[in-house]
Ligand binder design. Sequence first.
Ligand code: PYC
Length: 316
Amino acid sequence: MSFLRKVLVIDSHTGGEPTRIVVTGGPELGGGSVAERSLRFRDHHDGFRSFVADEPRGSDILVGGLLVPSEDHANACGIIFFNNISTLGMCGHGTIGLMATLAHLGRNGIGAHRIETTVGVVTATWEGNGRSAVRNVHSYRHAENVSVNVEGYGWVTGDVAWGGNWFFLVGEHRETLEVRNSKRLIDVCTRIRDALVASGTTGANGAEIDHIELFSAPADPQNHSRNFVFCPGSAYDRSPCGTGTSAKLACLAASEKWPPGEIWRQESIIGSVFEAHYERDGNGIIPTICGSAYITAETTLLLEDGDPFPAGVPTK
Ligand code: PYC
């Protein structure tokens, strides 16, 4: 048997949401910033992304991270996040998973580590026992109370915010945020996303809003809110979503509904929780997201010579 590709990955989950970090066996991306290499990865190595993230080795809900060196020696490493359809900007649950992975590999110690992502440098503080606090990129509300006419549903109003990815945040809707309703929630969010596209609603500089976030009261009264986060590849986040929680805090801060430094407990659709707080930063905030990750596998992904699906089987 001969293998054309061997890729060492470490899998973890953060609040139920999986992360797969590629440790060795990734493509050569040349030099430059992580943002520049991320573009090369997206444009020239999509087969590798799909090999790692898509079936039969991955699944629609998996978020991958390609570990790369950072050219700035102040940074511990760089990371290019990706999902079942393309690259991602930042990923909060994935960065918490990355910290657990680096600890598993004996590559980080207790304390702060700067990580270069596609959308900027974040600082992840490894606290041990799977727990990290991720000080995210500058986050802000871009537009308030934007209404779109959603086919078969009616008018929906939400805020557009950046938390390392673009989000449309909807607090008022008719949905019950329970896993048993996930098919319906995916359908509703798909229609909302289509309505945003049809109405020309975007983030800054025409950026596509590719994450939709629905909110409700939490199931656990110790928490402040529950969310359902619809991701670009039509999967939903099992965790409260680090970048989505950052976008939420940015909106709360913009409306003066939550003070800086106070802990916001964001509950996910499965009941997992991120604790978050923020500091003000110009026209927005710097959010910090805390959560725990658990290692689930240390695996070598193989591509056998003759495999008719060398780039996996994309289902989206
Ligand atoms: O935790 O930021 C996050 C995230 C983005 C997409 C899935 N999870």
